[in-house]
Write a protein that binds this ligand. Structure first.
Ligand SMILES: Cc1cc2nc3c(=O)[nH]c(=O)nc-3n(C[C@H](O)[C@H](O)[C@H](O)COP(=O)(O)OP(=O)(O)OC[C@H]3O[C@@H](n4cnc5c(N)ncnc54)[C@H](O)[C@@H]3O)c2cc1C
Length: 470
């Protein structure tokens, strides 16, 4: 039997543990906090549960647009709904804990040994786990490092968990903040800004770039920036926050240009640092980058024989789905199952703002810069019958395909539930379907997916390489 030792019980680690067990490995998983990792306990599950509450508020706020009122008078539905943040956050914490327990029970049910402690390498074939009872040395034929990452902190903006928060601490809030200043307009900052704004909080979003969501599809980010501004959020673009400190009952965020932003609370969302310090990597021959990420190839091998790595500690693409796939690939590879190397061109990802942004495959930038020689078709949702019925105004679908063959190589959906709507495009990209195949597939009428088929239809027969934007 192959002894597999995994350090870290997030999606990268626990999914790998299940595959290793399925393939006959003897599996030990060392986890210092709780199964499910940051994904379940502090990052994905809590943030998406908060967003689920915000989505309900958004629907209530939009009720009037479709003709709904509370009672007979002029009273607006949204005015009668108040947010009990203590209750929202208690639900979030308990849901995350329950999910963690579910995962733990699943692993124990599969006879996977769980060691509650902090692991580190002692060479490439041994792991030392520091537990409440002392140190345990565990021999390993194969080691998987899946230790994740933690929020980056600025020395001049130390989170105190009372007024200045990281995204892991914000669920301790019991009362709705009067004015939340969010530093960082990447995916995490934008998602929290969208959620808190929907919950009725005054939000100021400080972004160091010209537009929120740098690195995302430019058209999509523009839609979100506009939606944010229309909702009354203050977005300060092109401003670098250099410090955040408590002042009286509130916080003040200082910007590099000398301005100050005053609020009641502050959320710092300025990136993540891989959990790779103190893991004994150098001694074991595991190479890391300057940023501290573990270097891996497309089957998750590190530079040390028998040592694999998966997830945020590798910096490949900080998504739970990618972490899980890297972990599975590592086990398929090492335990002799058939394996295809990780293909980042097929990854679908979502920004859970309102509306959401979902993407798959190549990007508009790839097309515009010629990295991919392709066509692009963008169709606003405002022409879609279902969108009109649902009073959806913002959003679009976009498809990228190769000229001549029409093979779909990517796409973007900006819509409520874009995370669900992207799937036909993900299937198309993964299976190299053509725009004609997508266009010829029935969609329900009326439906938002009808716009995907329509965009595909408009790409039919376009063999030139011009970019088409409708
Ligand atoms: C706010 C937020 C929202 C997000 N939302 C999404 C989303 O909607 N969808 C999505 O796909 N991704 C999302 N992500 C990204 C996602 O959380 C990560 O990509 C994912 O958690 C990575 O999984 P992982 O297994 O690499 O690490 P983690 O989930 O971080 O798990 C690593 C585990 O290793 C443990 N550990 C670390 N060091 C040691 C050690 N030495 N010994 C023992 N245990 C150790 C940690 O305690 C932790 O439990 C979000 C991230 C953030 C910050």
């Amino acid at each position: 039997m192959t002894d597999v030792v995994i350090i870290g019980g997030g999606p990268g680690g626990y999914e790998a543990a299940l595959v290793a067990k399925q393939l006959g490995g003897q599996v030990t998983l060392v986890e210092r906090r709780g199964l499910g990792g940051s994904a379940v306990l502090t990052d994905v599950v809590p943030s998406k549960t908060l967003i689920a509450a915000a989505e309900v508020m958004t629907r209530i706020r939009n009720a009037e647009e479709v003709g709904l009122r509370l009672g007979a008078g002029d009273h607006q539905l949204a005015d009668s709904v108040t947010v009990d943040l203590g209750k929202v956050n208690a639900r979030i914490r308990s849901l995350a804990q329950a999910q963690s327990t579910d995962i733990e029970e699943r692993l124990l049910g599969e006879d996977i040994r769980i060691v509650n402690g902090t692991g580190r390498l002692d060479g490439a074939q041994r792991v030392i786990a520091t537990t409440a009872d002392g140190e345990e040395t565990i021999g390993a034929d194969i080691v998987l490092l899946a230790t994740g990452a933690h929020p980056r902190e600025l020395s001049t903006a130390k989170p105190d968990g009372e007024r200045i928060f990281t995204w892991t601490q914000i669920y301790d809030l019991d009362e709705v903040p009067d004015h939340l200043v969010i530093v960082g307009s990447g995916v995490t900052g934008a998602e929290f800004a969208s959620a808190y704004q929907a919950l009725g909080v005054q939000v100021t979003l400080v972004s160091s770039r010209h537009q929120v969501l740098p690195g995302q599809d430019d058209d999509a980010a523009r839609v979100i920036q506009q939606v944010f501004e229309d909702s009354g959020m203050t977005v300060i673009n092109g401003a670098r926050a250099i410090a955040a400190e408590r002042r009286g009952d509130g916080v003040v965020v200082r910007l590099a240009d000398g301005r100050e932003v005053v609020g009641s609370h502050c959320l710092m969302a300025v990136g993540a640092i891989p959990n790779t310090a103190g893991l004994g990597l150098a001694e074991a021959g595991v190479q890391v980058t300057d940023s501290g990420h573990i270097v891996v190839d497309r089957v998750s091998r590190t530079t040390a024989r028998g040592v694999y790595a998966a997830g945020d500690c590798t910096g490949v693409n900080a998504l739970a789905s990618v972490a899980a796939m890297q972990g599975r690939i590592a086990m398929w590879h090492t335990l002799g199952d058939s394996v295809a190397p990780l293909d980042l061109r097929t990854v679908s990802a979502n920004v859970f703002t309102s509306p959401e942004i979902a993407v798959v495959g190549c990007s508009q930038t790839d097309i515009d810069t010629g990295v991919v020689r392709g066509l692009s078709m963008m169709l606003p949702l405002r022409g879609n019958a279902r969108a009109k019925m649902q009073a959806l105004k913002d959003g679009f679908v976009k498809i990228f395909c190769l000229p001549t063959t029409g093979i779909i190589v990517g796409g973007v959906v900006v819509a409520p539930s874009a995370s669900e709507l992207i799937h036909p495009l993900s299937l198309a990209v993964r299976n190299k379907l053509t725009v004609d195949q997508l266009a010829e597939t029935f969609t329900v009428y009326p439906s938002l997916t009808g716009s995907l088929a329509e965009a595909a239809r408009r790409l039919h027969g376009h063999s030139s390489e011009q970019v088409i934007t409708y």
